[in-house]
Design a protein around this ligand. Structure first.
Ligand SMILES: CC(C)=CCC/C(C)=C/CC/C(C)=C/COP(=O)(O)O
Length: 301
């Protein structure tokens, strides 16, 4: 008569053996003899999975991490595995592996969640012109004026008008490229908005004029990209006195800030928008339409 073998945790064999030797098998108890169980046979499932195990699988990773870091489960593991070997099968033996999966602390995801939480909180606090009754609601008309100054339509009309009125080849070249930059900006912002699909803040009133369907999304701020790109464009191609240069930069910052104050955007939408607009200018430079191309396209001189 084979004697019951000691159970070794983590071994596939152990579940089969424990099911026979240590599992108070009916055949052993009824006949008083131990029987061999086929080692290739799947060990019988525990009739009711341990609630502890179910909870672990359904719980969120943070909870699991906390639980592991608290250590009681680790401290218990020794006794748990020995208990499991007598009362349950392989499930309990997989606990350490599960813990490893939950214990995969992604610093980036934690940092991102924290940043988003701060972003939402700060944006809500800064949305002081989001509606007339808000704390700075009286400044809302002024903020909406700033909004118009960064809107796509006045910029497109303005650039087209300057192109039409310009009587120098250099001026026409600059204005045509500004038009191209504005269209490029609309396309790129539209693509990013459609991909990211971040909703606008809950406190925003959707009362903007002339919007595309993607403009129900807030990331990135189209006004911020346009302001940053146009500011760089103007500073690079217009000969401006120092105070005017400062004014242009200030305007871009105020347009960005006004998006948050109006409750249109979260802070990160604007920050990313300003950065994206700044980088977009590099693309405009790379795609710059030369006078020769301009002659072919517009048919001037
Ligand atoms: C000629 C033509 C099709 C012009 C379209 C210009 C237009 C509708 C631009 C949209 C501007 C806008 C409301 C952007 C949204 O800005 P956010 O800062 O709220 O993202």
């Amino acid at each position: 008569m084979p004697s019951p073998k000691p159970v070794r945790a983590g071994s596939a064999r152990s579940s089969g053996v424990s099911g026979v030797g240590g599992g108070s098998s009916s055949s052993s108890s009824s006949s008083g003899r131990y029987e061999f169980m086929s080692l290739t046979r799947t060990p019988p499932l525990s009739p009711s999975p341990s609630p502890h195990l179910l909870q672990r699988q359904g719980s969120d990773p943070t909870t699991a991490r906390l639980r592991v870091s608290e250590s009681p489960s680790r401290r218990r593991r020794g006794s748990a595995s020995s208990n499991a070997s007598t009362s349950s099968t392989g499930g309990a033996q997989q606990l350490p592996e599960e813990d490893c999966m939950h214990l995969n602390p992604s610093i980036i995801s934690v940092a991102l969640s924290s940043l988003l939480a701060v972003d939402l909180w700060l944006s809500k606090r800064l949305g002081v012109c989001a509606y007339e009754e808000a704390s700075w609601g009286s400044a809302r008309p002024l903020m909406k004026l700033v909004e118009v100054s960064g809107h796509g339509i006045p910029w497109l009309i303005g650039a087209a008008y300057c192109l039409y009125k310009s009587d120098s080849a250099a001026g026409q070249e600059v204005m045509l490229n500004l038009l191209m930059a504005l269209v490029l900006d609309l396309v790129l912002v539209g693509i990013v908005k459609a991909v990211v699909r971040r909703r606008r803040p809950a406190h925003n009133r959707m009362d903007m004029f002339a919007t595309f369907s993607v403009d129900r999304y807030s990331f990135p701020s189209g006004h911020a990209t346009r302001a940053a790109m146009c500011a760089r464009f103007l500073l690079a191609h217009l000969v401006l006195a120092a105070p005017l240069r400062v004014l242009v930069m200030l305007w871009a910052v105020i347009v960005g800030l006004s998006r948050v104050l109006l409750g249109r955007h979260n802070v990160t939408d604007v920050a990313f928008g300003l950065l994206m607009g700044y980088c977009q200018y590099n693309l405009v430079e790379a795609l710059w339409l030369s006078p020769a191309m301009l002659q072919n396209m517009v048919g001037l001189e």
